[in-house]
Ligand binder design. Structure first.
Ligand code: NDP
Length: 479
């Protein structure tokens, strides 16, 4: 069995406690690796190394820092097949998704921020008496904490902007999906990344994650994960006046109008609802359809959902793999029971699953589609983060907007219509940080990414991320 290691001061190292936890394949339930259970002692070693590396790393010309990221990006590309397989085994996600989305995006994250830093500029404000210019300096040692659903994708999305802006990083992947972050440590060693610049600590959220957040030597925290964890991080960070970026949960609405391209909309919304088993923060979970096409949409949608192939995620023919853990599977099942109690009518999902022998104990679940659930019920309000969606109809544009906005979350939404004036009108009224019109998860890495309300604080991506990881200073010169 493979024993994973932390990456501290440029080397792979054991946890000081010598304690490990299991890394399980959710599609087979087999434990295939052991993960370091890091603690405060490992954290101290990592922060000492990062602080030591900081003056030299932050003093390098941006182009030289960028060159390391380009090298890392190229090495991820060279190891795409191995990384994709590792991601599929660790998360239960379909191998095709890991090959075409997760790992390519990790490559782009590194490449994108390597180029972006060379174009990063600051403002100057002149008046009749003086001229001001803005400086943006790295913060020091920063923390990056990421979740299990898109492991390497979200891990690199944080560390790339942190590193190119000249910070040194303490990063923690989820204990449930540590494997590709471990492989990334090896890649960083191969790329010759200077010692201490990036440190990767494995272990649990409540222990090493919390220790990172509590530590005053960490100058900023970039976090992606659940809203409850985000609240804890905000509470701890507020008295330190520390910068935080919080990318949290979602309960994303899709508004489907009668004038949309119906076949394309159905196809895209099946993808938006059930990609990665519905375990993407951006997945649509509340589908609102204009009354006049509700029945037609419903039958096309349900037919397509029934055709999705569920099973061994490393078999490229399957569209959906396993959920992340027994605990998460139980959580999603509890919402299925709740949906029935709340008056929902199940349109598909309870047919028996035929799985291969080695997957018979895996955490698989068919995609579930409900209708007739009131907008205020728990199933329509709480984040489930699994393969369960709810269909509802609306009578007019105002009602559609009201349904969409009746939520504590505000991450992403999509609008499906060929009336572009209406799309712009709703786009400006809908309370989400991201609005897609006639598409879903169409990403340009330069755009601001993040949510409003309980979906988070701050934005990632492009200039927003480069600004987050730097301290702004105004210098004023009198003429
Ligand atoms: P969690 O909040 O449980 O965990 C996220 C990360 O935080 C993990 O690395 C976890 O470690 C760590 N963590 C847990 N507790 C603490 C703590 N007290 N202090 C510091 N770190 C801690 O979320 P999940 O991993 O369950 O991820 C799913 C959630 O993430 C969903 O709500 C989803 O919507 C959200 N998400 C948001 C995205 C966005 O961009 N807005 C994108 C993707 C997901 P460990 O796992 O080891 O416990």
């Amino acid at each position: 069995m493979e024993i994973l290691a932390n990456y501290i001061n440029g080397e792979l190292s054991k946890p000081q406690s010598n304690n490990y936890i299991d890394d399980q394949n959710p599609a087979t339930t087999k434990v295939f690796a052991k993960i370091p259970l890091s603690d405060e002692i490992d954290l101290k070693f990592a922060i000492d190394s990062a602080e030591k590396a900081f003056p030299q790393w932050s003093g390098l010309p941006a182009k030289e820092r960028a060159a390391y990221l380009i090298k890392i990006s190229a090495l991820i590309n060279d190891n795409l097949e191995e990384l994709a397989l590792a991601e599929s085994i660790d998360t239960g996600k379909p191998i095709q998704l890991a090959k075409t989305v997760d790992i390519p995006r990790a490559i782009s994250n590194m490449e994108f921020f390597a180029h972006a830093i060379t174009q990063f500029s600051s403002e100057s404000h002149a008046n009749e008496k003086s001229i001001n210019y803005t400086l943006r300096k790295p913060l020091g040692v920063v923390g990056c904490i990421s979740p299990w659903n898109l492991p390497l994708y979200l891990f690199t999305w944080k560390i790339a902007p942190a590193l190119v802006t000249g910070n040194c990083v303490i990063a923690k992947p989820s204990e449930i999906t540590p494997y590709t972050a471990f492989l990334l440590s090896k890649i960083c060693i191969e790329a010759g990344l200077p010692k201490g610049v990036l440190n990767i600590l494995h272990g649990t959220g409540p222990e090493i994650g919390n220790a990172i957040v509590q530590n005053k030597r960490i100058k900023a925290i970039s976090f992606t994960g659940g809203t409850d964890t985000g609240k804890k991080i905000a509470e701890i960070s507020a008295p330190m006046f520390r910068k935080i970026s919080l990318e949290l949960g979602g309960k994303n609405p899709a508004l489907v109008f009668a004038d949309c391209d119906l076949n394309k909309t159905v196809e895209e919304l099946v993808r938006a609802s059930f990609s990665n088993q519905g375990e993407i923060c951006l997945c649509s979970s509340r589908l609102y359809i204009e009354k006049s096409i509700y029945e037609e949409f419903k039958s096309l949608f349900v037919e397509k959902v029934k055709n999705l192939k569920i099973g061994n995620p490393t078999n490229a023919a399957n569209n959906m793999g396993a959920l992340i853990s027994a605990q998460h599977l139980e959580k999603v099942k509890s919402y299925i029971r709740l949906a029935k109690e709340e008056g929902g009518h199940l349109l598909c999902g309870d047919e028996k699953l035929e799985l291969e022998k080695e997957n018979s104990k895996g955490y698989f679940l068919r995609p579930h589609v409900f209708e007739n659930l009131p907008n205020h019920c728990k199933v329509n309000q709480e984040e489930i983060f699994g393969p369960l969606v709810s269909l509802n109809s609306f009578r007019n544009e105002n009602e559609a907007i009201r349904f969409a906005n009746e939520s504590d979350y505000g991450l992403a939404s999509s609008i499906w219509t060929n009336d572009l004036s209406r799309a712009h009108r709703i786009g400006s009224k809908i309370e989400t940080g991201i609005v897609w019109i006639n598409c879903w998860m169409n990403r340009d890495l330069r755009t601001p990414f993040g949510g409003m309300k309980n979906s988070g604080l701050g934005r990632e991506g492009g200039l927003e991320a480069l600004r987050f990881f730097t301290e702004t200073k105004n210098i004023c010169i009198q003429f």
